[in-house]
Ligand binder design. Sequence first.
Ligand code: CA
Length: 613
Amino acid sequence: MKRVRLFSLVLLAAMALTQGMGQTIERIEPPSWFSGMNERSLQLMVYGKEIGSFDIKADYPGVEVKTVIKTDNPNYLFVNLDIGPDALPGTIKLRFTRGKAILNRDYPLLEKPSGMARGFDGSDVIYLLMPDRFSNGDPSNDNVEGMAERNNRSNPGGLHGGDLKGIGNSLEYLKNLGVTGIWLNPFLENNQPSYSYHGYSTTDFYRVDPRYGTNDEFRQLVAGVHDKGMKVVMDMIFNHCGSGHWWMKDLPARDWIHQFDRFTRTNYKASTYMDPYAAESDRRLMEEGWFDVTMPDLNQGNPLVENYLTQNSLWWIAWAGIDGIRMDTYPYPEPDMMSRWVKRVTDEFPGFFVVGEVWYDDPAHMSYWALNKENSDGYRSNLPSLTDLPLCFSTHRAFTLPGANEGMTDLYNLLSQDFLYPEPHRNVIFLDNHDMTRFFTETGNSLDNYKMGLSFILTTRGIPQIYYGTEIIMEGDKKRGDGYLREDFPGGWPGDKKNAFTGENLTPDEKQAYEFTRDLLNWRKGNGVIHTGKLKHYVPENGVYVYFRYDSDESVMVIINRSDEIKKLMTDRFSESLNGYTSGTEIMTGHVIADLSSIELSPRTAMIIELKK
Ligand code: CA
């Protein structure tokens, strides 16, 4: 038996050698595609020694090779396929030939998922979590053979072992908390020697990092999230890859990335795009400079790169069934390409949600990238949503400025600039995220500030995002290093004494914060006027900021008293909003306000009042 098997193996190897004449195909990307896509063209990137000198044929009804593109690297071949509307799901036979050498490959054509994308809007609250730091559901994948970095939980900047399985185990917790979606920080392969835990140095755009799980496990996680009535946002990075990316050893083309004689860093000056006085060299450096030493800058100006990235995002949407994309460093790639990319995604999947990480501290610069914004230079963005950093910074100032009225006025002034956005309610709003000091820490570890901040962000306009651990007042100071902003969620690791999932060993303050967040989120979930109602606010006075979310049937009044005083708020100033309403109920305490003409305010407290006619 043994000899027969050995003989067969030798024979097979000999056949393979004759057929391919020593050539092999190492990769074809995307690894599969979908029938029934609106866009018929598909561009395969084929990688293998000298594959560039091969011819290719596709044997499949409805599928045709249109053109092939060769680059300055003979080890790549870009193949433009036409997938006709009649092409059914199945296996496309690809045949590569050069003289007598033949290479055959099966290429899966899958079925495109049907139906509209669910999208995200004001009815949602997105929970942002970092896969390495949330829950370790599978300690057996903490270290994986072939991956450069080893697990080390004692290093704040090291790998800690969290994974997709851990997230999957936590879905009931998240549902009970009252969020409607989760945004995962990146989890694609980051085979970097250090700091691989944050996930922003992709080394394979088509593979889940094996320390977090497998592609199939991710797809199962998405299905599990959907079963709980929630949605998934996937973090993507088009601006750069990781220096450990497999193609860095053999670039598909010289101009696949931006190359310089020596390391050249971006100036991070995203204002150079719209600044009418910006020097061309500064603008170019913004776009082409590298984000970091370990993050080579991809050249989206090369149409092959544009196709590669675009198809990669479409593949994850169709293959895994994700509901949204958070695009990292949105203004750093080529802006026209990004605009075309969003259009392609939303044309293919109508209603699909994309939020761009756009980082400025003022709405003027931000709004340049907003959907339907008419910019004087003609740039038109198709981006459905922006990360509202100006509002985030304003919430920090609102609760740290020395004067209570000064703080509340900051929020008021910031929102008054919403005229710059065609649709400000599309913005994703938040108190903090994985890149900044946590709101609780920033505002002085004060439970009062925490409650006022959360009350604001969950009742003003926009799509709220909360960062994991907010619900148990986790601390994190940027000055200590990024690892401290992303500490392990308690209860996510075997042996954790404190367990946020069960409430075990939480301090009284942590318990109080959890209950406050849960109650507020669950109230918000069922409150349509907060999801879609208009916003009207009044000039802050004496440290008190008052606003209403309202429509023709309902109104919710929010009063934030940042001052340290008990106050009696006379409400005649708000008559245009209170007209027709006679009483109200404060939703967190259940306290009924029978007479709206004056309202008693506790110091440093937000009141959320459902008004009654
Ligand atoms: Ca693990």
